[in-house]
Write a protein that binds this ligand. Structure first.
Ligand code: SF4
Length: 704
C-alpha cells in the first residue's frame, strides 16, 4: 500500500487528494486535510478518478475506423498513416482545423505541445471550448487592463458582500475562480457578518445557501448592471477612490450610460427600479464588496459587454484591487507576464468573417468551415481532448459536418459522439500517469499557491501521455510535409524554467507535496496593468459601440415573449467527459428539464412526464421536473449529455445517455465581439410527449 499526495485534475478547484494505491490499483481517494487551499475538501468527482483509471471502455491502443468497425494499430503505423493522409490533403489545397477541448486547461504538459501541432498543421486560428465558455472574460480584460489573462478574482476570504451573477460555485467549486471548499468559505463569510447574493434565473444550489436570491431574465445582465451603475450615480455612491487617477475614458463612459433610463433597464431584466437601487446601495456602502459573473453571463449575446460592466461596477464602488473586492493574482508562474497580451481582429474566419479573438475563431463556425466549399475548406480536423458535437451549439449540424471530412483525428480515451467520426483515435493513458501543475488555474485562484503532483506511475505498456501523443502527432504531420519542428518541449524542464522567473524552482515546489500557500492577494495596481500608460481603459471603443448600438437596440425591443432555455451543471458531472464513471452516473436521472409549475400547467405537462423541447435547431425529449426554483418563462436542461448517438462506446454513460442541450442551441446566437456562443436564452417551445396509442403498440407486438 502507498499513499500519494495529488491535485485533482478534473475541475478548476484543484483540490488536494490523498490517493491510496496497491500496485497500480486505486484503493481509495480522500481529501487532503493538509492542503492549504482545499483543506480536505473533495467532491464526488475526485473520488471518481478511480473509475477513470479503471474504465473498461478506455481505449488502450490507437484505433483506425474501417467502415463501421474499429481496428487497433501500433503507434508508428497510425502516426505515419495520419501524416501521409494529412500531407496529401494539404498538397491538394485542402484546409485543416484544430479543436482543443477543456481538459487541455488542466494538463500543463499538453498545453506546451499544441503550438507545435498548430505549426505542423499550418493553421492560423484555433477552435476551442473557450468560445463556448469564458472568452468574454478574457476579451473584456484585454480591453480594460491590457492583458487577457489579468483576471480579477473575488477575495472571498475578506469581502463583506459577494454578489454572484450567473454562477453556481456549489456545483462548480468556482469557475474562472479556483475556490475549493467554497461552501465552507461562504459559511465563513456569513459567520463574520458578510452576505452572499445570488442572481440567477434558477434558484441554484448556491442560491440555496445565499442571504438573498433574485431571478433575472436570461441574457439581460447588462440591463441590470447598467441599472446598478446608474443607481450608484443617482445616490452619489460612485467612489473609485485611489483608482480614479488610473481611469481612462471615465467621463465618456458615464455620458454613454446616462442615456439609459432605469425603468426600461429594470423591465428588461425582470427587476424593479427599487430593487436595483437597493442592491446598488449595498454594493456602494463603502465596505469591501465584489460582483462576480460567470457562465450564465459569459455565454449570452452580450457576454463581453456584461463582463466589462461587472468590472465597472467593481471600479465604481472602489472595490477593484482592494482587499475584499476583486483582486489580481501574482501566481508562482505569471502567465500574464509571460505571454502576449492577447488580440482581436488580426484576421477573420473564411466563411462568415468572424474576427479572431486571442487567436481563436468561434467554435460555432467550425461546421460551416467544413461544409462550405471554396479555397481553404476544412478537410482535415484534429480534435484534442474535446467533444464539440455535445459542447458546441447546434451539435446536430456539426455531427453531420464531421461525417464529410477526409481526415479526422481525435486524441481521446473514448469513442464519443465526436470521436466516432474520427478516422484515427489516439488514446492517452490514465490520469494518474501524468504530472500535474495548475499552470492556467493558479492564476485564477482566490489565493496565490503552487503545487506539483508527480505522476504516480509510468503509463502502462504501449500507452502514452497526452503531451507525448500530441508532440508525436505534430512531428508525424510535419515530417510528411517536409516541415522541420524544434524538439518537443520537455514539460518538467519547461515548468522549472517558468517557476525560476518567479523565484522558485520545481524542486522547491515539489518539496511541499501538500502545496505551497503563497498568501492572499495584494493590491497591485497600477503596476499590474499592461496598458502602455498604466491606466484602465474604461471606455474601449468596441464596447462603447456595442453598448450604444446593439444593446440599445435590443433594449428598445423588450420584452420578448415566449420560453427560453438555460443550462445547468451538476456536481456529479463536468461537461461531457465524466459520464462513464459509475460513481457519478448512479443516482436519480440528472438529465431532466426543470420547469416552473405555471409554465408546465400552461402546456399540460405533469411532473415526471416526458416533455418535448423544441427550438429552431432541433428537438429533444426528456423527463420534466416541476419546481418553483425556476423563473417563470425559463426552462433548464443540463449540458454534457446526449451519449446515445449511434456508434458511441460508453457503456455506463450510454445506459442513460440523456439528451444534448446543444441539439437545441443555435449557431446564429453569438456574442459577436468575443465569438462566444450564446447558450443562454435560446427560444424554445415545450409540449407533453403523448403516449403511443394503445393500438399501435399492440400492432408492433403482433408484428414482432
Ligand atoms: S471540486 Fe473539482 S478539484 Fe475538487 S475534487 Fe471535485 S472535481 Fe476535483
Amino acid at each position: 500500500m502507498a499513499i500519494h499526495t495529488r491535485t485533482c485534475h478534473i475541475c478548476e478547484a484543484n483540490c488536494g487528494l490523498l490517493v491510496e494505491t496497491e500496485g497500480r490499483r486505486v484503493v481509495s481517494i480522500r481529501g487532503d486535510a493538509d492542503d492549504p487551499i482545499s483543506r480536505g475538501h473533495v467532491c464526488p468527482k475526485g473520488n471518481a478518478i478511480a473509475d477513470l483509471e479503471a474504465d473498461p471502455d478506455r481505449l488502450t491502443a490507437p484505433m483506425k475506423r474501417v467502415g463501421k468497425d474499429w481496428q487497433a494499430m501500433d503507434w508508428p503505423t497510425a502516426l505515419a498513416e495520419i501524416g501521409t493522409r494529412f500531407a496529401a490533403i494539404k498538397a491538394a489545397g485542402g484546409g485543416a482545423a484544430l479543436y482543443i477541448g477543456n481538459p487541455t486547461a488542466h494538463d500543463f504538459s499538453l498545453g506546451f505541445q499544441t503550438g507545435a501541432l498548430k505549426k505542423a498543421m499550418g493553421v492560423r486560428g484555433l477552435y476551442s471550448a473557450s468560445t463556448v465558455d469564458q472568452m468574454p472574460h478574457q476579451l473584456a480584460q484585454y480591453w480594460l487592463y491590457g492583458h487577457n489573462a489579468l483576471f480579477p478574482i473575488p477575495d472571498i476570504e475578506r469581502t463583506r458582500h459577494l454578489v454572484i451573477l450567473g454562477g453556481n460555485p456549489l456545483a462548480s467549486n468556482g469557475s474562472v475562480w479556483t475556490v475549493p471548499d467554497v461552501k465552507r468559505r461562504i459559511a465563513e463569510l456569513q459567520a463574520r457578518g458578510g452576505r452572499l447574493t445570488v442572481i440567477d434565473p434558477r434558484r441554484s444550489e448556491t442560491a440555496g445557501v445565499a442571504d438573498a436570491h433574485h431571478f433575472i431574465r436570461p441574457g439581460s445582465d447588462p440591463a441590470l448592471l447598467i441599472g446598478l451603475l446608474l443607481a450608484l450615480d443617482e445616490a452619489g455612491l460612485v467612489r473609485p477612490g485611489r483608482l480614479l487617477p488610473m481611469l481612462d475614458g471615465w467621463d465618456a463612459l458615464w455620458t454613454a450610460l446616462r442615456r439609459f433610463d432605469m425603468p426600461g433597464l429594470a423591465r428588461a431584466c425582470g427587476w424593479t427600479p427599487d430593487a436595483i437601487r437597493a442592491l446598488a446601495a449595498e454594493l456602494g456602502n463603502g465596505e469591501p464588496t465584489v460582483v462576480y459573473g460567470r457562465i450564465g453571463v459569459s455565454t449570452a449575446p452580450f457576454g463581453t459587454l456584461a463582463h466589462w460592466l461587472i468590472n465597472l461596477v467593481n471600479i465604481a464602488t472602489g472595490n477593484l484591487d482592494r482587499e475584499g473586492g476583486a483582486m489580481f493574482s501574482l501566481p508562482a508562474i505569471d502567465i500574464a507576464g509571460g505571454s502576449g497580451p492577447g488580440s482581436h481582429g488580426r484576421f477573420h474566419s473564411r466563411v462568415s468573417g468572424h474576427p479572431e479573438v486571442m487567436g481563436e475563431f468561434p467554435a460555432v463556425s467550425l461546421a460551416e468551415e467544413i461544409t462550405t466549399p471554396g479555397e481553404g475548406q476544412v478537410q482535415a480536423l484534429v480534435v484534442v481532448a474535446g467533444n464539440p458535437v455535445l459542447s458546441v451549439p447546434d451539435g446536430g449540424a456539426l455531427d453531420a459536418a464531421l461525417a464529410g471530412l477526409k481526415l479526422m483525428v481525435s486524441v481521446d480515451p473514448h469513442i464519443t459522439a465526436t470521436s466516432r467520426h474520427a478516422h484515427y483515435v489516439l488514446p492517452p493513458c490514465g490520469p494518474l500517469a501524468k504530472d500535474h501543475y495548475p499552470l492556467l488555474l493558479a492564476p485564477i485562484a482566490f489565493r496565490n499557491f503552487a503545487k506539483f503532483s508527480p505522476a504516480l506511475w509510468e503509463p502502462a505498456e504501449g500507452q502514452k501521455r497526452d503531451w507525448e501523443i500530441v508532440a508525436e502527432l505534430a512531428r508525424a504531420i510535419a515530417v510528411a510535409q517536409g516541415i522541420t519542428l524544434p524538439p518537443p518541449v520537455a514539460p518538467r524542464a519547461q515548468l522549472d524554467r517558468m517557476l525560476a522567473k518567479g523565484g522558485l524552482s520545481l524542486a522547491e515546489v515539489a518539496a511541499h507535496p501538500h502545496g505551497l500557500d503563497l498568501g492572499p492577494h495584494q493590491p497591485r495596481l497600477p503596476d499590474r496593468l499592461f496598458t502602455p500608460d498604466k491606466r484602465i481603459r474604461c471606455a474601449p471603443e468596441p464596447l462603447m459601440a456595442d453598448l450604444t448600438g446593439r444593446f440599445a437596440d435590443w433594449l428598445a425591443q423588450q420584452p420578448e415573449p415566449g420560453l427560453t432555455l438555460i443550462g445547468r451543471r451538476h456536481i456529479r458531472s463536468n461537461n461531457s467527459w465524466l459520464g462513464n464513471a459509475p460513481r457519478l452516473a448512479k443516482g436519480p436521472d440528472k438529465c431532466v428539464a426543470l420547469l416552473n409549475p405555471a409554465d408546465a400547467a400552461a402546456h399540460g405537462i405533469a411532473d415526471g412526464a416526458l416533455v418535448r423541447i423544441a427550438s429552431a435547431a432541433g428537438a429533444v425529449e426528456v423527463p420534466a421536473q416541476l419546481t418553483e426554483a425556476m423563473m417563470a418563462g425559463v426552462v433548464s436542461l443540463p449540458h454534457g449529455f446526449g451519449h446515445g448517438r449511434p456508434g458511441v462506446r460508453l457503456g455506463i454513460a450510454g445506459a442513460r445517455p440523456g439528451a444534448s442541450h446543444n441539439d437545441l442551441t443555435l449557431r446564429s446566437r453569438i456574442d459577436p465581439l468575443s465569438g462566444t456562443a450564446a447558450l443562454v436564452g435560446t427560444p424554445v417551445s415545450i409540449a407533453p410527449v403523448e403516449p403511443e396509442p394503445a393500438f399501435a403498440v399492440a400492432a408492433e407486438e403482433r408484428s414482432g
